[in-house]
Design a protein around this ligand. Structure first.
Ligand code: ATP
Length: 476
């Protein structure tokens, strides 16, 4: 049988060991939607927590936020999503499948230019495409129980706008001073035209975003700061440097308001190895806050006229916008301005996939293949597994006591079934950094065996030292 690609190995391990399942699987599954199982939900929570710890807990200049997914429709008008958040798509005339124009690849021996020289990713037909047109990515739904007051609203396609519309609230309720940031983790929804590779691109996903507000003129410095900080976050969590890079966007890739944008890219094992975006870091200038000021003023005039909210157009920007309701007064410089924003925007699911891919390894032990997930301890779903060597001679009692003590501090797992070698393998495959075995010697001298996942080296330590040993090794 041909060797499977690495992604297939990971997908199958994820299902077999309860990391990730297809959504609604017993009903045949729902395309591009996934559920995180017992190990996966721990991994995902650890990724979220590691992000939150590094950007909120460890920094004095960032505060957190948790906004609702539904927001006022004008938010999306002001942000530009209502009019412009669309992919340019085309439909294959042969198989009727819709594709993103920017995802089409060239036909081999391409002679023709433009779409005429592109291949349909679904049926392979060359150049059989309709005229490109925009396809709106936001999901729509109705809010309100009565038909007269029901309103069309959108599921947010990014968490960032919740931060911008709370900028004033955060300023007024905390002691933050510019430069400062607001961070948020939450679900976002996009009706993606092409979903891709397991949890890489899905229609429901989780984002971790920071809007870092700074004085105009200091934005370049903060942009550089965030490029380094975010790149190093992945490295500090054990991601291999050779699989990670920063890619500067070309001028023609930039949104019209953005001054600069760089992607943190990971070399995913799709196809022959693809560099793909894990996170974008953009200098968004003062665009978003200015737009929301326009939105606020537009709504005020709408209340007077009472038109159709869904057809509303934004008022033009007032000339003294620098003094508007979303401006900031700098006490030291005695001036008022609309802050500039640096936005590091990461995907939690995409990070989980990259951490899984990066940690996955196969080695050979005693002539057998060992699957191992070499997770950084902070990300490992289970930190320590506790085994009695056999189910007799008082070993299970000692092991259970140890387990009950340790689980107060870390996520642990107790296992007394099957041969100890098999138990080790199961934990290697789950990425558990340490296994602790209580054996015959434990009763004699109060020592236990600690086995480390990557080196498989075993050492004996005193039972009373297990907790401090793990705390030091896990650094948590
Ligand atoms: P792409 O070009 O891959 O569609 P994007 O540039 O539109 O992504 P952003 O809007 O910058 O993505 O979103 C920030 C981050 O959110 C991405 O780097 C990614 O990690 C995550 N993300 C965006 N869309 C999806 C999706 N459909 N599924 C999973 N994660 C996503």
């Amino acid at each position: 049988m041909a060797k499977l690609t690495k992604l297939d190995d990971i997908v199958s391990l994820c299902k077999r060991r309860g990391f990730i399942f297809q959504s609604s699987e017993i009903y045949g599954g729902l395309a591009s939607c996934y559920d995180y199982g017992p190990l996966g939900s721990e991994l995902k929570r650890n990724v979220r927590n590691a992000w939150w710890k590094s950007v909120v807990q460890m920094r004095d200049d960032i505060v957190g936020l948790d906004c609702s997914i539904f927001m006022h429709p004008l938010v999306w008008k002001a942000s530009g999503h209502a009019d412009k958040f669309a992919d340019i798509v085309t439909v294959c005339k042969k198989c009727n499948v819709r594709s993103r124009v920017d995802h089409l690849t060239d036909a081999p021996n391409k002679m023709a230019e433009g779409l005429a020289g592109k291949v349909c990713p679904s049926c392979g037909a060359v150049g059989q495409f309709t005229e490109p047109m925009p396809f709106r990515l936001m999901f729509e739904t109705q809010m309100g129980a009565n038909t007269d007051d029901a309103m069309t609203i959108f599921l947010r396609p990014e968490t960032a706008q919740g931060i911008f519309v709370n900028f004033r609230n955060v300023l007024d309720s905390t002691r933050v001073k510019i430069p400062f940031g607001i961070a948020q983790i939450g679900k976002s929804f996009r009706n993606e035209v092409t979903t891709k590779a397991f949890i890489f691109r899905t229609r429901e996903f989780e984002q971790a975003e920071i809007e870092f507000f700074c004085a105009p003129g200091t934005d370049e410095k903060w942009y550089e700061h965030w490029k380094d900080a975010r790149f190093n976050w992945y490295i500090n969590l054990g991601m291999k440097k050779e699989n990670l890079r920063l890619r500067q966007h070309d001028k023609d890739e930039l949104a019209h308001y953005a001054k600069g944008c760089v992607d943190v890219e990971y070399k995913f094992p799709f196809g022959s190895g693809d560099w793909q975006e894990l996170e974008g870091i953009a200098n968004r200038t003062d665009f978003d806050l200015r737009q929301h000021q326009r939105g606020m003023r537009t709504l005020n005039s709408w209340y007077e006229k009472k038109g159709d909210l869904s057809k509303i157009e934004l008022n033009s920007e007032s000339e003294d916008y620098q003094k508007g309701p979303l401006s900031y007064f700098d006490e030291e410089g005695k001036q008022r301005f609309i802050p500039y924003v640096i936005e590091p925007s990461a995907g939690i699911d995409r990070s989980c996939l990259a951490f899984l891919v990066d940690a996955y390894d196969e080695d050979e032990v005693n002539g057998e293949v060992r699957n191992v997930l070499r997770f950084h301890p902070a990300l490992a779903p289970v930190k320590a597994a506790i085994f009695p060597l056999v189910k007799k001679d008082g070993m299970p009692e000692i092991a259970t006591n140890l387990y009950n003590d340790l689980k107060k501090y870390f996520n642990c797992f107790y296992d007394e079934k099957s041969a100890v070698g098999r138990r080790y393998r199961r934990q290697d495959e789950a990425g558990t950094p340490y296994c602790i075995t209580i054996d015959g010697q434990t009763k004699e001298d109060n020592t236990v065996t600690v086995r480390e996942r990557d080196s498989m080296v075993q050492e004996r330590i005193n039972l009373s030292q297990v907790k401090s040993y793990l705390r030091e090794k896990l650094d948590i």
